[in-house]
Design a protein. Structure first.
Lengths: 276, 266
């Protein structure tokens, strides 16, 4: 890996999984996705997400980054190839009690339920006893700064607060892997930055393995330990950029020269990816 | 409640009341001034007097009509909801059966009421069937629409959390369908009353008890026009009453979260 402050570009190659004592969280083994209408959303992808990594998928519209994320969430199945979670199939994820958290593009809250009920939903569905569930909901709400809004309905919250509630819901199951599909895309930049700051601390505190989809170069650089640049038609990995900065990222990282340098490198890669 | 909202509520009650009073006054004065005969157009006071003098009969008739309407409404809710649940089980079921629901809806009740009266021996039961046929369609179509109108993101969320079919139904599909269901209820409650009245017009009333439609018919034969108006007034009152109850129910169920009930405060 390069020196701090210098972009390490490994175009079209896959960085070797860091020799870690734990199994990689996700392995995508030449998985591809062709939709029934014949659209080839993803060419065979090879990608390994190590434990504790924060990986961002970025690329032009239609490059299949959301599709790749949904594959990792097992929301869709690959047409060919396969995926492993902690070196096992999805069935074992369930039986071993591993949890995947997913944050959608929209807050996706149930409008008829109070914030606390929304956050408690995954526990309710899993049949967690009421008392234990209550404690975890309070903890999750506190972590995203929504404790005072537990009894509110989603319509009473601002866009950023709704997204926080959505994140609290994904945290309440204490996920081993957090998958986020452009969660802050609809928010204004100020709110987005604040949520990014919080997310950095959250994932660092809990050593949470995170895969994050975004359109924003700044967000990608600020959050990730590794950025995967994708190209479209068919969706494929174009390049990988490691952001060798200590985690958790300090707020003022955004104003540093190194940050600007990373952004310049990434935007150059994206420009090449969109014509590739 | 803030002062502005309170005054708005007051206006929404006061304004129509004033219009009503003004219309009644104009009616009364015009009839008196023009010396309009009672058998042509009775004065509001004539109608009110009739209402008071024939109260026991009219009240009985109102009770009979309301009973048919409410029975039909209840039957529509139960059957309509069940049919809607059946429809959302599969597209094939819906595709095969929905045209027949439409058939039921577009056939004028006046045309099939005599048949129903022949098939169903008990007159009151026959009237209930008539009114149910009229009232059931909005419940079926709205509830089906509602059960299908579930946020796809929430469906994915439930699937990711490995929710079972029953959990998804109770926690997701039914709450999502509620606003549509209540919309259906409002329409259906009015239709049940219309169905009860129309059915009685066509079928007539056998036996001792008769409804408001029968009162209107009888009054027409006897040229008792004030009584006709009095019966008409009671039908309208019943319809408004049913509607108000539905609005209140809908507010009770959706008031805290749904846009239609929350208003523009946010």
């Amino acid at each position: 890996m390069g020196q701090a402050g210098e972009a390490t570009v490994l175009a079209l190659t896959e960085p070797r999984a860091v020799a870690a004592e734990t199994a990689p969280a996700v392995e995508v083994l030449s998985a591809e996705k062709v939709f029934p209408n014949g659209t080839r959303a993803l060419a065979p992808i090879a990608l390994t997400i190590a434990q504790g990594e924060f990986v961002t998928l970025i690329g032009p519209s239609g490059c299949g980054k959301s599709t790749l994320l949904k594959l990792m969430a097992n929301l869709i199945e690959p047409s060919d190839g396969r995926l492993l979670w902690w070196r096992a199939g999805y069935g074992d994820v369930v039986s071993k009690g591993r949890q995947l958290g997913f944050v959608f593009q929209d807050p996706t809250l149930m409008p008829w339920a109070r914030v606390e009920t929304n956050v408690r939903l995954p526990l309710d569905l899993a049949g967690t006893p009421k008392a234990a569930a209550g404690a975890r909901v309070s903890a999750a709400l506190a972590r995203v700064g929504l404790s005072a809004f537990a009894r509110h309905y989603p319509r009473q919250l601002s866009g950023g607060m709704k997204m926080r509630a959505s994140i609290a819901r994904s945290l309440v199951i204490d996920p081993d892997l957090l998958l986020m599909d452009e969660p802050f895309g609809a928010l204004d930049e100020f709110t987005r930055n604040r949520l990014d700051d919080d997310l950095v601390n959250l994932t660092f505190e809990r050593k949470l393995t995170t895969v994050f989809v975004t359109h924003s170069i700044y967000e990608a650089v600020f959050l990730s330990s590794r950025v995967i640049v994708m190209a479209s038609v068919p969706g494929r990995i174009f390049a990988t950029l490691s952001i060798d900065e200590p985690q958790p990222r300090a707020e003022n990282f955004r104003n540093s020269a190194r940050f600007a340098e990373y952004c310049r490198t990434l935007s150059g890669l994206l420009a090449k990816a969109s014509v590739a | 409640m803030p002062p502005l909202a309170r005054s708005e509520t007051a206006v929404s009650i006061m304004a129509p009341t004033l219009v009503g009073v003004a219309l009644l006054l104009f009616w009364e004065i015009a009839c008196r001034a023009g010396n309009v005969p009672v058998f042509l157009l009775p004065k509001p006071t004539d109608i009110a007097a009739k209402l008071a003098s024939d109260w026991p009969t009219l009240l009985g008739a109102l009770g009979m009509t309301l009973r048919v309407a409410v029975q039909a409404f209840a039957a529509s809710i139960i059957l309509g909801t069940l049919i809607a649940f059946l429809f959302v089980q599969s597209r094939l079921i819906e595709k095969s059966l929905f045209p027949y629901a439409v058939l039921l809806q577009v056939t004028p009740i006046v045309a099939i009421a005599p048949l129903i009266v022949i098939f169903v021996k008990n007159t009151q039961a026959a009237l209930t069937v008539c009114a149910t046929v009229v009232a059931i369609f909005p419940i079926i179509s709205n509830t089906t629409l509602g059960l299908r109108s579930v946020d796809p993101g929430l469906i994915n969320l439930f699937r990711m959390n490995r929710a079972g079919r029953l959990q998804t139904l109770l926690r997701l599909r039914i709450p999502s369908a509620l606003p549509y269901f209540f919309g259906g209820l409002r329409i259906s409650s009015g239709l049940a009353l219309i169905g009860a009245v129309v059915g009685e017009f066509v079928a007539g009333t056998g036996g001792r008890s008769s409804g408001l439609a029968y009162e209107i018919l009888q009054s027409g034969f006897q040229l008792d026009i004030p009584r006709m108006f009095a019966a008409l007034f009671l039908i309208t009152l019943a319809g408004v009453g049913l509607f108000v109850i539905m609005v209140a129910l809908s507010r009770l169920a959706l008031g805290e979260w749904h846009e239609s009930e929350v208003g523009t405060e946010t």
